[in-house]
Design a protein around this ligand. Structure first.
Ligand SMILES: Nc1nc2c(ncn2[C@@H]2O[C@H](COP(=O)(O)OP(=O)(O)OP(=O)(O)O)[C@@H](O)[C@H]2O)c(=O)[nH]1
Ligand SMILES: [Mg+2]
Length: 501
């Protein structure tokens, strides 16, 4: 066994499979409240293939096994040879099935991870397990994995101290990346032969985690880049009714944005190796399908600092479109006291903005896309009269282009950021021992943000400033690569800080 290899041993239902799932970040390992879930040894490789874990059924009858083997094991200079003999003797028998299964593996000389649920009392059967493991002479670490209040921890520790190289606490349902790293570093102190490998593995887990957060931040900023200025155009032929076409284009525009967000969320799921987390289902109005639901816009978005900084950006509200504003539906109801330079409002707004805008400005209504027509108008008026007439005539024949988008107002970016941030927090804190599919709805994500103070509302000044600069420049289409990198780096640093606490 050249690669660091560990055997998870321990009493039935003490959390062996749960530890395995969390340590290797794999959700497909049989974890169950039913005792005896694991019947045979199962080899589980870490996703980077740097180390191997063996999940085992543990000993079923360690007291009888110890009674039979204690003297041979303690007197022999090669206890593993005694264990081999034991397996041979009972290989064709019904007796000691689980013991033989585990013993065969121990003969391969893994290091032993002895898993204990310290919320359960220590009994004679456990003492026999510990004694057997000690007599094998294999390097061993005891792991306390309390499934409830660890009320029996001291009695366990009193027995473990004499028989194990170290005792670590590792809660399979709560452990984070830093706990996985700490466990591997403790193992490095216990298993001499793999000390260097294990230190390296711990470093690599840390680097991998850092990389995941960097990639998450990158993907979040990329989503903003692609979504904030997004538009969709439709050509209305002469004489054709425009309203149904606009409605259809709006639907497509919304689903474009939802699709972009969905892609980000599945990227995040893959980064954190949580593909099993089920997101949204149209029927249930859950997380993914409700980007444009009023609930989403009530619970996410527009942090106080974005409201304070510079009030509303009119250019941003109309997405920098050109042309002349028309129609009652396009009236932009600004809250009193907010200076509004109409000169900046140069879009031909033909509908869809309506009364939601004022509330949108305050951040709690679903923002609507700008709907503009003939964005070449201002260019047309600048043409010489003769050319203007012929071009206009051509347009009248061929129809006109109506553009849906971009989404107006500052809030949209923060709704996207809050939802992504909530998902990152959820995924980063979810261990792989937590089985089953899971459907997240907006309330779950909101709770995740609140519990961890992770919403954009709680961003530090340096991050919020960086974000505002990026968003404003993105809206004005003056954003540079340096702005992008500055924001993603600052965001990644913030997420790392949030996750290290
Ligand atoms: N709350 C909590 N429950 C846990 C934890 N670890 C395990 N459990 C629960 O304890 C039960 C047994 O966990 P398993 O990991 O299947 O235990 P096992 O030792 O592999 O069990 P067998 O294969 O049957 O021997 C499951 O219901 C787990 O969800 C933990 O850290 N916290
Ligand atoms: Mg199991």
């Amino acid at each position: 066994m050249n690669k660091p290899t560990f055997a998870l041993v321990g009493a039935v239902n003490h959390g062996k499979s749960s530890i395995a799932a969390t340590l290797v970040e794999r959700g497909n390992i049989g974890v169950s409240a039913d005792p005896g879930m694991t019947q045979v040894c199962q080899k589980i490789e870490h996703h980077s293939s740097q180390f191997v874990l063996w999940d085992t059924p543990g000993f079923q009858d360690p007291r009888t096994m110890l009674a039979e083997l204690a003297s041979q094991l303690s007197q022999s200079r090669e206890p593993l040879a005694e264990l081999r003999q034991f397996c041979k003797k009972y290989s064709a028998s019904d007796q000691f099935e689980a013991e033989c299964e585990v013993s065969k593996l121990l003969c391969e000389e893994p290091a032993v991870l002895y898993v204990i649920d310290s919320s359960k009392p220590l009994r004679k059967i456990h003492e026999a397990e510990m004694e057997l493991l000690m007599l094998t002479g294999l390097p061993r670490l005891a792991i306390l994995n309390p499934t409830a209040e660890p009320v029996h921890e001291s009695e366990w520790r009193a027995k473990l101290g004499q028989r194990f190289g170290a005792v670590a606490t590792f809660n399979a349902h709560q452990a984070r990346a830093k706990d996985r790293v700490a466990l591997i570093r403790t193992l490095a102190t216990v298993v001499d032969k793999w000390r260097d490998d294990l230190s390296q593995i711990a470093d690599e887990i840390e680097n991998d985690w850092s990389h995941r957060v960097d990639e998450s931040a990158h993907s979040m900023v990329e989503l903003l880049s692609k979504s904030i200025g997004h538009t969709r155009s439709v050509v209305v032929a002469p004489g054709e009714k425009r309203e149904p076409l606009i409605e259809d284009a709006k639907k497509k525009f919304h689903s474009d944005l939802q699709e972009k967000e969905r892609l980000l969320h599945s990227t995040l799921q893959s980064l954190f190796l949580h593909e099993k987390v089920g997101l949204a289902d149209k029927v249930e109005l859950t997380y993914l399908s409700d980007l444009f639901s009023s609930e989403t816009w009530q619970v996410f978005g527009l942090p106080w600092w974005a409201l304070l900084s510079g009030g509303v950006s009119v250019g941003a509200m109309v997405g920098g479109t050109t042309g002349a504003k028309i129609g009652a539906g396009g009236e932009v109801a600004m809250p009193s006291g907010i200076p509004l330079t109409l000169g900046a409002l140069t879009g031909v707004v033909v509908g869809g903005v309506g009364g939601g805008v004022g509330a949108m400005y305050w951040g709690k209504s679903v923002a609507q896309p700008a709907v503009t027509e003939g964005n070449s108008q201002s260019v047309l008026t600048a043409l010489p009269q003769s050319l203007y007439r012929s071009t206009f005539g051509y347009l009248a024949q061929t129809g006109t282009t109506i553009t849906i988008g971009p989404i107006q107002g500052k809030n949209f970016a923060y709704v996207l950021l809050d939802r992504a941030m909530g998902l990152v927090m959820h995924l980063a804190h979810r261990t792989h021992a937590t089985g089953g599919r899971e459907t997240l709805n907006a309330a779950d994500i909101k709770q995740e943000l609140d519990v961890r103070n992770a919403s954009t509302d709680h961003w530090p000044k340096s991050l919020s400033t960086c974000c505002e600069v990026f968003l404003e420049k993105t809206r004005k289409k003056t954003v540079t690569e340096a702005d992008f990198h500055a924001f993603e780096d600052r965001l990644a640093r913030h997420i790392k800080q949030m996750l290290s606490g």
